[in-house]
Design a protein around this ligand. Structure first.
Ligand code: AMP
Length: 283
């Protein structure tokens, strides 16, 4: 497996593969891999001939008071684990390679990037879409895999790829969870023992809402309240938002018709955790 920080090397390698008729799968990440990230790589390996994984902690998607400087980094271990899964290249660009002097372009997806995490983290999705547009331009993949854990990110990227006719198949990967249901996240390692113990109430609350739905409840306010009442059992957790939205448009939904995404952001101490569950009528 090749590990490189050179944009030109990556572009050349991918161009050669395309010339040979090989399909290129891409997994953009910020590193510090857990099983959630690795599941994305597995999907990419299973659905394309060659796989590029990028590791880039993107300053543009962090707010001024966020954890950019202390974001976990573990390059050597990350490379080893994706090599074992069959990735062909790891791309580790420096910030001045992604954003060279004079870089002036931003990609902004109106509407759906503004609510939920977009409201809580102003500018966050502009950073995500801009860096993905740059990385897509370098790699020019046939498909790219994103986790459903970041459901709004997935919807925003899909919109960008469709609007800008990027011709990339965006594949959604299911949320990978810890033994007690907590969605895996690089930020889980910030949690104290007590916070970690209580963090499992997030997924339990989401499951409670799903149970209510399966019992026939269709009113989204009732489903949101089911989540909130479960969190009352976890005093270290503070809800930032709990919303019911259409998973494609991120617009609010008040009555479940076909499907609704129950999406939440919760602080455990200073650590912000997100999670969601897709609630849908079985056909
Ligand atoms: P990050 O490194 O946090 O930017 O995440 C890179 C990719 O991994 C994104 O597409 C995330 O949605 C995905 N991801 C992160 N955590 C999980 C998880 N627990 N399950 C599935 N995918 C995940």
């Amino acid at each position: 497996m090749i590990v490189t920080d050179s944009e030109h090397r990556i572009s050349d390698i991918c161009a050669e593969w395309r010339a040979e008729g090989l399909s290129v799968g891409f997994v953009p990440t910020m590193g510090a891999f857990h099983r959630g990230h690795l599941s994305l790589v597995e999907i990419a390996v299973a659905s394309s001939d060659r796989v590029v994984v990028s590791i880039f902690v993107n300053p543009m998607q962090f707010g001024p008071d966020e954890d950019l400087d202390r974001y976990p980094r573990n390059l050597e271990k990350d490379c080893k684990s994706v090599e074992e899964l069959g990735a062909s290249v790891v791309f580790t660009p420096r910030t001045d390679v992604v954003y060279p002097d004079g870089f002036s372009t931003g990609v902004y997806v109106a509407g759906m990037s503004e609510g939920l995490c977009g409201a809580a983290r102003p500018g966050h999705f502009d950073g995500v879409t801009t860096v993905c547009a740059v990385l897509f331009g370098i790699v020019r993949p046939d498909l790219a895999v994103f986790g459903m854990k970041d459901a709004q990110q997935l919807a925003v990227i899909r919109r960008m790829v469709s609007d800008l006719r990027m011709g990339i198949d965006i594949v959604a990967a299911p949320i990978v969870r810890e033994f007690d249901g907590l969605a895996m996240s690089s930020r889980n390692q910030y949690l104290s023992v007590e916070e970690r113990e209580q963090a499992c109430f997030i997924s339990i609350g989401l499951e409670m809402a799903l149970v209510l739905f399966r019992m026939g409840e269709r009113n989204c306010e009732v489903l949101r309240n089911a989540f909130l009442s479960k969190l009352e059992d976890a005093p270290l957790l503070k809800v930032q938002y709990v919303e019911t939205v259409d998973p494609d448009t991120m617009l609010g939904v008040e009555q479940v018709e076909k499907q609704v995404l129950l999406a939440v952001a919760v602080f455990a101490g200073k650590t912000r955790l997100i999670d969601n569950i897709l609630i849908e009528l079985e056909v």
